[in-house]
Write a protein that binds this ligand. Structure first.
Ligand code: CTP
Ligand code: MG
Length: 228
């Protein structure tokens, strides 16, 4: 069984102020994407880590250094899904098989742990479809009206927040994304193809660094793990 990690790292981080795309901001002593990649390098089951960046990106090489298992792929696109497609096509062009597994993971989810990745891999390795880390919704869910007042309270039973990694077979995922190119995660494309990805319980700490405040939370989590 061959498993590739594919890290979309080609966004501009518009929701976070600053000159640098968020994946290159330094927290707890290293760039966000460097923390992310390191978690995958600690998983023996992962063959190579492919980091998809915008063509001309100079930061990735700088912050990731040289590691035989890390490959920088200048195939980023205009959306996350386009960057994932660019990465999948690169994988195929460089010899990966349609039957290989791909773990797609946001560069910006830098607090993911090797244990959580391994848990997803164990849960999905014998699965027909594959699956994703996700979190049962912890809070009460409100639907807003046009004035940002509560229009309704929705039952949260059975609702999960989708995280990454998301683990699917390369060929099936590529075809699903061809048919459904406007999705915000891989599972949505698989669902559109009529498949039912497995929900594997993750942790709240595997959140996506999105707003400036999130940098502090990520730094606290990573710092605590490193004994800082
Ligand atoms: N991403 C990507 N290519 C894009 C857009 C996003 O590879 N064209 C990546 C980001 O680098 C990030 C992941 O997809 O690691 C999740 O996307 P998101 O958190 O939305 O990042 P950005 O799009 O960069 O942020 P924003 O939406 O605030 O602009
Ligand atoms: Mg985005």
């Amino acid at each position: 069984m061959t498993i590739h990690a594919l890290i979309p790292c080609a966004g501009s981080g518009a929701r976070m102020a600053g000159d640098l795309p968020k994946q290159y901001r330094v927290v707890a002593g290293a760039a966000i994407v460097a923390h992310t990649v390191r978690a995958f390098l600690h998983c023996k089951a992962v063959d190579h880590v492919y980091v998809v960046v915008q063509p001309g990106d100079a930061y990735a090489r700088l912050v990731l250094g040289d590691d035989a298992r890390v490959r920088i792929v200048p195939a980023g696109g205009v959306s996350r899904a386009a960057s994932v497609v660019g990465g999948l096509d690169w994988l195929r062009a460089t010899g990966a098989s349609v039957d290989d597994w791909v773990l797609v993971h946001d560069a910006a989810r830098c607090c993911v742990t090797p244990a959580a990745i391994t848990q997803l891999v164990s849960a999905c390795a014998d699965d027909r479809v594959g699956g994703l880390l996700a979190l049962p919704l912890p809070d009460t869910l409100k639907h807003a009206d046009a004035e940002d007042r509560v229009g309704a309270t929705l039952p949260r039973e059975g609702l999960w927040l989708a995280q990454t990694p998301q683990m699917f077979r390369l060929g099936v995922l590529r075809e699903a994304l061809r048919v459904a190119p406007d999705v915000t995660d891989e599972a949505s494309a698989m669902e559109a193809a009529g498949l039912r990805p497995l929900l594997v319980r993750g942790a709240a700490s595997n959140f996506k660094v999105t707003y400036a405040d999130d940098l502090e939370v990520a730094a606290a989590i990573l710092g605590a793990r490193n004994g800082a």
